[in-house]
Design a protein. Structure first.
Length: 278
């Protein structure tokens, strides 16, 4: 397993991919252990990671319909995953005319720990730094940003604005200062190096449901970080050889090929079917 695929991250990816049924039923602990075991994660690591997610308020202990121990997503966790879906599965091309959202903040020195939390959260949402205390992102991230700041009780320190860039530097030049574009491009190139061969393999020789489950969870676990590191800027602001569009196409193609097939494998575990594979 690649180093980035930690047990906790894989659990979040598993819930994101297959753990949000319409009835919001909890996922049995036994299913979590067996499904993560297919990816080489041992039971103690699963239990330890579940405990950490529980302490963070993301997973809630619940009994399944047949009385087995399980965990359901909290409301905060569900909202986080729903917000993530809008990025992870987005297929619309951003437009420069959509404008920007600005986050302008000031945190008292006595609460500097909140300043650090605010900066790290804005960075994780995909904001770039326009100036000290002034962060910028594409305007479509406004609602998610507002939700995140309210959830973390940071909204009292921040003013949010919508607007357009009027100069003096060309917007493409300014964007190259606001974000580390070479570092973001490197993340896309790493994703392509790891998963473009997987796409070629599945197109030439498709595997079974268990193979699809394993491949999909790994590609989702890799991909879901990228739409946060990369704010997905309009094409006219990016270098001609920008790899982001290609990596998005590879993920979309793998999702189309693998998600349904992987669900066939996961469904018996989640439903508590005793005939599910050991």
């Amino acid at each position: 397993m690649a180093e980035q695929h930690t047990p906790r991250s894989l659990i979040v990816s598993l819930y994101g991919a297959y753990g949000r049924g319409p009835d919001e039923s909890p996922m049995p602990v036994a299913a979590l252990i067996r499904l993560l075991g297919r990816l080489g994660v041992d039971a103690p690591s699963v239990r330890s990671s579940v405990s950490r997610l529980k302490r963070r308020g993301l997973l809630l202990p619940r009994r399944t319909a047949d009385g087995a121990a399980g965990y359901a997503l909290s409301e905060d966790a569900r909202r986080l995953l729903d917000d993530g879906d809008r990025r992870i599965y987005a297929r619309t091309e951003p437009k420069l005319s959509d404008g920007w959202v600005l986050a302008v903040f000031s945190v008292p020195e006595a609460e500097r720990h909140k300043r650090h939390l605010l900066r790290s959260r804005l960075a994780r949402l995909g904001f770039g730094t326009a100036a000290p205390g002034v962060w910028i992102a594409p305007a479509r991230l406004y609602e998610e940003t507002r939700n995140a700041l309210e959830r973390l009780e940071l909204s009292t320190y921040v003013d949010l604005f919508r607007g357009e860039h009027l100069g003096y530097a060309a917007t493409a030049e300014a964007v190259a200062r606001w974000w580390d574009l070479p570092a973001i491009a490197g993340l896309h190139e790493e994703f392509l190096a790891a998963h473009e061969p997987v796409l070629r393999s599945w197109r030439s020789a498709p595997g079974g449901p268990e193979d699809a489950y394993r491949a999909y969870l790994l590609v989702l676990d890799s991909w879901r970080r990228l739409p946060y590191a990369d704010p997905v800027l309009p094409a006219e602001l990016l270098p001609d050889d920008w790899p982001g569009r290609r990596s998005a196409e590879v993920f979309a193609a793998l999702h189309e090929l693998l998600w349904d097939r992987g669900a066939e494998f996961v469904r018996p575990f989640v439903s508590g079917d005793p005939a599910s594979p050991a």
